[in-house]
Design a protein around this ligand. Structure first.
Ligand code: ADP
Length: 208
């Protein structure tokens, strides 16, 4: 149910909706791409791709990485192992793509965010690159929709306020300057604190 709609400039539409699991809470449209926020579990997303906040070894782990491998089954890990055997460990800020096993999405894009070291270790540029490289990979596979978790804000310790500003800025720049086929970019936020940060960042940046 739509509770409020605000129109900004011609190409911005911001909506707030009442939600259940994985229902859209907020949408901003930038050119032809809708950027939306939902609360929920990314493994339920039916976008063409979901993004995994992986580690450089691509061997699975805790957090969203563990949830994706558990729900998707062993074929994702098999494919990850082949990628690492072929090209080595995945550096922070880069992305690779695999099929999605039993998940409702078609592809999993695995990217590695930065470990938070206080903010002066190039964290913002690496985090921006993780988003942009994932989006470029989606475009090169001719995908129309993609869902992201809040990369680096779990085990890697990046504060939500800073991470959400980088994440939203990166996808808005991509929607403005690079998106061709991508029509839908979703952030799936796992808890209220994450959602509030991303909603604040999206509202501020989309008004600029
Ligand atoms: P990182 O190592 O990049 O910090 P984590 O998986 O530890 O990755 O955490 C990244 C974010 O993903 C955290 O904010 C965490 O709350 C969130 N998260 C954990 N599980 C899920 C899930 N199933 N769906 C969406 N987000 C999740």
């Amino acid at each position: 149910m739509v509770s409020a709609v605000w129109y900004f400039k011609d190409n911005y539409l911001l909506t707030n909706t009442i939600t259940e699991q994985n229902h859209v809470l907020m949408i901003v449209k930038i050119k032809n791409t809708a950027i939306s926020l939902v609360k929920g579990d990314i493994t339920f997303q039916e976008t063409d791709a979901i993004v995994n906040a992986a580690n450089s070894g691509l061997m699975g782990g805790g957090g969203v990485d563990g949830a994706i491998h558990r729900a998707g089954g062993p074929s994702i890990l098999e494919e990850c192992k082949k990628i690492v055997a072929k090209q080595g460990r995945l550096p922070p800020g880069k992305a690779v793509i695999t099929a999605a096993g039993n998940l409702p999405t078609k592809y999993v894009i695995h990217t590695v965010g930065p470990v938070w070291r206080g903010g002066n270790a190039n964290e913002a540029a690496i985090l921006a690159s993780a988003y942009t490289e994932s989006l470029r990979l989606a475009e090169s596979h001719k995908l129309e929709s993609i869902a992201f978790p809040s990369i680096s804000t779990g085990a890697y310790g990046y504060p939500f306020a800073a991470a959400s500003a980088v994440a939203i800025d990166s996808v808005i720049k991509f929607a403005k300057n690079e998106a061709l086929l991508l029509k839908k970019i979703v952030f799936v936020l796992f808890n209220d604190a994450a959602y509030e940060s991303y909603a604040g960042a999206l509202e501020i940046i989309s008004r600029q």
